[in-house]
Design a binder for this molecule. Structure first.
Ligand SMILES: Nc1ncnc2c1ncn2[C@@H]1O[C@H](COP(=O)(O)OP(=O)(O)OP(=O)(O)O)[C@@H](O)[C@H]1O
Length: 655
């Protein structure tokens, strides 16, 4: 198979003095020399032929005096600063598979987060890329972070997940055929080709891990950070995962991963190891040199003992804390490179054994500010791809789509049966009023709770994909907003038709339209409210807060206590309750527009056969429809913008 490689990052370096030798050619596809090589894919070996281009400069990473200070303490408790990394140093050369090891709580994930640029607050020290202080923005374009939990779209097949990633991470100049070739190439390499049509949710743990790696490989990162890639895998999957990582390292990448306690055979697969204990470096150097190092510091590894186990035992303080201090001194907290085999000087040709494309030719470069400059494709393309993904998900989602439609039909039928013909019965005007409020309750609770319950799961995927520069938050948010519109409209329409017909509300198009528009706006406002809560809180807190905060909305809607009877010092509450405007709009649709006398059954007393009398008694102004619509639209805008701001804050706060 031949893969075209773009000349997109020629001469690209990531220090402050980052240069790009020929940015004008960034998007040009130039076929160059062809090279053939073999690699293992977990199912044996495979051959591939790649057309190679001058590649990105491999990345030699050094870090000096890295500290990380976390701030502990809640909103109402005293804030304490806690230093987690204590001036650690080290070097991660290219083409190497590097393990960051240490006991639980040693600071492995923290160091990985700091080096990858995922963590940006509370950090001290300097990271150098090829000898120059790191420019984080440039560095992020060449690196990726693969989280411990596999944040995949479970409803999309492996192939669809890859296609979406390719459409977002590769320049739009790359043709569909070329993208497919790259996808096949990566899936083949990672042993996922046969599972192409399997939904990601149905993959095994090992396959999910490989899938996470495959998605990021699309943009051909030079540095890959992986947080505990072997956690949850059986020993054979662990080995094949680490072998795969080694293969990727051999192609010129730096592969840096945290790992708990590898078996002796797994440990041997790593080129280099970095051992941490309580935020200090105990050892850094080649895997082979660990045992000689332990000899030199006088803590010889017992015969037949796994050196990885032994060094973790030392790091845990099992043999005394003085030994930890001795090792920190011996390595000078990571400054010493004595046990560091100079990385094998890979020939240029060998370095070029990257799988396929280099991509850093951002179409979004036009606006070279903020996150837009980090993503690979235009805003329009991001939105298009995210909408495509959203619609595929919606089509397959049992909860968000089918259950939602089912609930609207069921509740419509139930309420319709309970209040059958209440709309034309002069003796049942109060019942009908209850029905109208119940309709609003249904719209509010069903949409708000669905969003609160489902959005936090999306959030973790958003954090990963956004950090790995798949898309900008604006485009993500726009797609989330747009994707749900058709289904919301459909559900609301079908519910409105059922209830309106069964309960015999006035059969006039204008009234039905007012009824439907008000209902739909309440749906959108409630959804935005749910999004605001779901963006910030987890499911447990959100499930508590959503209904709790809705109670004042109901109180001030003017239903139980009419607006006329609200104490003046609480009247402001009616302006912050969107249900008040919803109720006014929907009651106006049914009883407004100078509706005439309502038929009263024989032998019945109909107190409210004149709608005007009823409207007076419940203190609802039925001539305010336009204002109600405007108020609900305002609520919609304010809540949507607030949800966006909260989402943006949350994305930064987790870092
Ligand atoms: N934001 C934070 N606030 C307070 N403490 C933190 C914070 N982040 C990390 N820590 C603390 O720093 C220490 C190191 O955490 P880290 O997650 O890096 O450890 P680790 O070596 O990766 O552990 P494990 O292998 O168990 O995942 C832990 O004691 C942890 O509680």
């Amino acid at each position: 198979m031949e893969v075209v490689i773009h000349e997109s990052t020629i001469g690209h370096s990531v220090g402050d003095g980052a240069t790009r030798s020929d940015s004008a050619k960034d998007n040009n596809s130039v076929p160059l020399k062809t090279e053939k090589f073999s690699y293992s894919n977990g199912n044996g070996t495979a051959d591939a032929t790649f057309r190679m281009l001058p590649q990105k400069t491999p990345i030699d990473m050094q870090f000096e005096n890295i500290t990380y200070t976390a701030v502990e303490g809640g909103l109402f408790s005293k804030k304490n600063k806690k230093e987690i990394l204590h001036q650690v140093n080290g070097r991660f050369p290219p083409g190497q598979l590097i393990a960051i090891m240490g006991p639980s709580g040693a600071g492995k994930s923290t160091l990985l987060d700091v080096l990858s640029g995922y963590r940006i607050r509370g950090i001290g020290g300097t990271v150098y890329i090829n000898g120059t202080a790191r420019n984080l923005k440039e560095f992020r374009k060449l690196s990726c972070y693969i989280t411990q939990d596999d944040r995949l779209q479970p409803l999309l097949t492996v192939e669809e997940n890859m296609e979406i990633a390719a459409d977002l991470k590769l320049s739009s100049d790359v043709s569909k055929r070329e993208k497919n070739e790259i996808i096949d190439e990566i899936l083949n390499t990672l042993g996922l080709f046969k599972s192409k049509k399997t939904k990601a949710g149905g993959l095994s743990g090992g396959q999910k891990k490989r899938m996470s790696i495959a998605l990021e490989l699309i943009s051909n990162p030079l540095v890959m950070f992986l947080d505990e890639p072997t956690t949850g895998l059986d020993s054979s999957s662990c080995t094949s995962c680490v072998k795969l990582l080694k293969e990727l390292a051999r192609q010129g990448r730096s592969i840096i991963c945290t790992i708990h306690q590898p078996s002796a055979s797994l440990f041997q697969l790593f080129d280099q190891v970095y051992v941490l204990a309580a935020g200090n470096c105990l050892y850094q150097g080649s895997t082979d040199s660990l045992v000689p190092f332990l000899d030199t510091v006088g803590f010889a590894c017992p015969k037949f003992h796994n050196p990885a186990d032994y060094v973790i035992e030392l790091a845990c303080g099992e043999y005394g804390y003085d030994k930890i201090e001795e090792m920190i001194r011996a390595t000078n907290n990571g400054r010493s490179l004595t046990h560091f085999n100079e990385p094998e000087k890979l020939s240029y040709g060998k370095m070029l054994k990257a799988l396929h494309f280099c991509v850093s030719a951002e179409e979004g470069n036009a606006s070279d500010n903020g996150e837009e400059a980090l993503v690979a494709t235009s805003k329009y393309n991001q939105l298009k791809v995210l909408l495509r993904r959203g619609f595929i998900k919606a089509k397959r989602d049992q909860t968000l789509t089918y259950l939602r439609i089912g609930v609207n039909v069921m509740v419509g039928l139930m309420l319709g049966t309970l209040y059958i013909k209440a709309g034309i019965d002069g003796s049942k005007v109060l019942d009908n009023y209850n029905l109208l409020f119940s309709i609003l309750m249904h719209h509010m609770m069903s949409t708000m709770m669905l969003t609160i319950l489902t959005f936090p799961a999306e959030m973790s995927i958003l954090i990963k994909e956004h950090f790995n520069r798949w898309y900008s938050l604006k485009m993500y948010y726009t797609s989330v907003t747009l994707v749900d519109i058709p289904l919301s409209v459909f559900c609301c329409f079908i519910f409105s038709v059922i209830i309106y017909y069964m309960t015999s509300q006035p059969p006039e198009l204008v009234r039905f339209s007012m009824f439907f528009v008000t209902s739909l706006l309440v749906v959108f406002v409630a959804q935005s409210f749910g999004l605001m809560i779901g963006a910030y809180f987890n499911v447990v807190n959100g499930t508590f807060l959503g209904p709790t905060l809705s109670v004042p909305m109901m109180m001030f809607a003017g239903f139980g206590v009419s607006l006329r009877d609200l104490p003046y010092y609480l009247y402001w509450g009616s302006y912050i309750s969107y249900l008040r405007f919803g109720l006014e709009g929907i009651v106006g649709a049914v009883y407004g527009l100078d509706r005439g006398e309502i038929a009263c059954p024989e032998d019945m007393y109909c107190h409210y056969k004149y709608p005007k009398k009823f409207l007076q008694d419940v203190a609802v102004r039925a001539d305010q429809f336009d204002n109600d619509v405007i108020a609900l639209i305002l609520f919609l805008f304010v809540l949507r913008i607030s949800a966006y701001v909260i989402l943006r804050y949350k994305l930064m706060a987790v870092r």
